[in-house]
Design a protein around this ligand. Structure first.
Ligand code: FAD
Length: 394
């Protein structure tokens, strides 16, 4: 049967195809055999990030000039999907690192800061976290209460409380969103800062349902010194622009998790026997499998559109939301069906299916919940209907 990814290969350069093959080998060697143990231990080993950095996985979207791999968004998504097929927690870390933690300074920092942080953030020497969410700022990013105050030496002092930050306590450096004042209309002004993680005050690793091996964390910033990333007051715009790419990473993660769960279910269908025959012979299960395949292929097709737009230099916010919304909900349905196909065995923690089912659920919440994606999509459609000239060229 045609591998669904072979349809994408026309969009990849020979060097990207080669990178994808190397990434697949890396996943088979360094990730797949250990994912269940990391889940049990609720931790990803530090060396994994170093090895991933040496293999180019921590700098997939960054240009070669700063030490990155300069891959297309599509190639990045295919790598994330491959990782997620085996380990959702590491896929989420890689997706966030590349799109947000590297993407933010890459797109918005001044040359001096860039010289200081690249290539350490790309080669696995530094793990980086991206801290926007707070107890009162989730979907409503305007609720950020962390403040940054300028110091006489040109640096800033940050004070606040951050929650649910991926890699937070395990990172070396961090991008932090904070309030730097109010604009003339009295609206909060947001800016982004680069800080050293050793200066934060840890609270805890948050116990999550899925992606348990990931370091989801809570911490305080108490008089932490930070360096402004880019222009003062451009933090929110920059964060939203980075989230466009981040959402493609989450869509890819979701597809990988859905596929990983269905892969296990297919094997179980062929080997498990009930009523004197393989359960693969029951039409009720065959139809579940068919529905999973259709939805995952639809999710893959929807992900291709924003990737192509990114390659053309077009804005793809609406398309990123469409892809993320559909892929995350399709993956949850697929992982749920896969678990059902596997029966009691699927519900045990021996199989990987229930881990993927829990991990997939996160994709409906992280980097903008499904409700928020529906808001973004409907607002864009209504804006375009009200002002036809504002419709972006396709
Ligand atoms: C494992 C994990 C890792 C994370 N990693 C990071 C990270 O690295 N960095 C970071 O900054 N954040 C991170 N987050 C935070 C994540 O981005 C937020 O959880 C997410 O944006 C949702 O915010 P919330 O949890 O506060 O939900 P809330 O905003 O409290 O939403 C609660 C419910 O209300 C709905 N809702 C909210 N507003 C509306 C509305 N206007 N209309 C309709 N429905 C609405 C939501 O969809 C949801 O169903 C992570 C979260 C998790 C669970």
């Amino acid at each position: 049967m045609l591998h669904p990814h072979s349809l994408y290969h026309d969009h990849l350069k020979p060097a990207e195809l080669a990178f994808l093959e190397q990434a697949r080998a890396f996943v088979a060697r360094e990730i797949a055999p250990h994912a269940a143990a990391w889940e049990e231990k609720e931790e990803l080993p530090r060396e994994l990030f170093t090895k991933a950095g040496r293999a180019g996985l921590m700098g997939m979207l960054a240009p070669k000039a700063v030490g990155g791999q300069e891959l297309s968004m599509l190639c990045f998504c295919l790598v994330i999907e491959e990782v997620a097929r085996h380990c959702g927690a590491f896929a989420m870390n890689l997706a966030a690192h590349n799109a947000l933690c590297v993407g933010h300074p890459l797109g918005f920092a001044g040359e001096e800061l860039k010289r200081k942080i690249f290539p350490s953030v790309l080669n696995g020497d530094w793990m980086v976290a991206w801290a926007l969410t707070e107890p009162n700022a989730g979907s409503d990013t305007g609720g950020v209460e962390t403040t940054a105050t300028p110091l006489p030496d040109g640096t800033w002092e940050l004070n606040g409380h951050k929650l649910y930050i991926t890699m937070g306590l395990h990172s070396d450096r961090m991008v932090v969103m904070a309030v730097t004042g109010k604009d003339e209309k009295g609206k909060k002004e947001f800016s982004a800062f680069w800080i050293e993680t050793k200066d934060i005050t840890p609270v805890r690793k948050v116990k999550t349902s899925g992606v348990r091996a990931s370091n989801t964390s809570e911490f305080y910033l108490k008089k932490v010194r930070g360096e402004l990333i880019g222009e003062r007051g451009r933090g929110q715009q920059a964060a939203l622009a980075c989230l466009d790419g981040g959402r493609l990473g989450i869509a890819a993660m979701a597809i990988g998790l859905g596929r990983g769960a269905v892969d296990i279910a297919k094997q179980r269908m062929l080997t498990r026997r009930q009523f004197g025959k393989a359960i693969a012979e029951f039409q009720a299960l065959q139809f579940k499998l068919a529905d999973c395949e259709v939805e995952l292929r639809a999710a893959e097709a929807l992900l291709l559109q924003p990737c192509v737009m990114h390659a053309r230099g077009q804005r793809f916010s609406l398309e990123a939301s469409v892809a993320k919304l559909y892929a995350s909900e399709a993956a949850s349905r697929a992982a749920n069906s896969a678990l059902q196909i596997c029966g009691g065995w699927g519900y045990t923690r021996d199989t990987g299916v229930e881990r993927m089912w829990r991990d997939a659920r996160l994709c409906e919440i992280g980097e903008g919940s499904s409700e928020v994606q529906r808001l973004i999509i409907s607002r864009a459609l209504l804006k375009a209907a009200a002002e036809p000239s504002a419709v972006p060229a396709r």
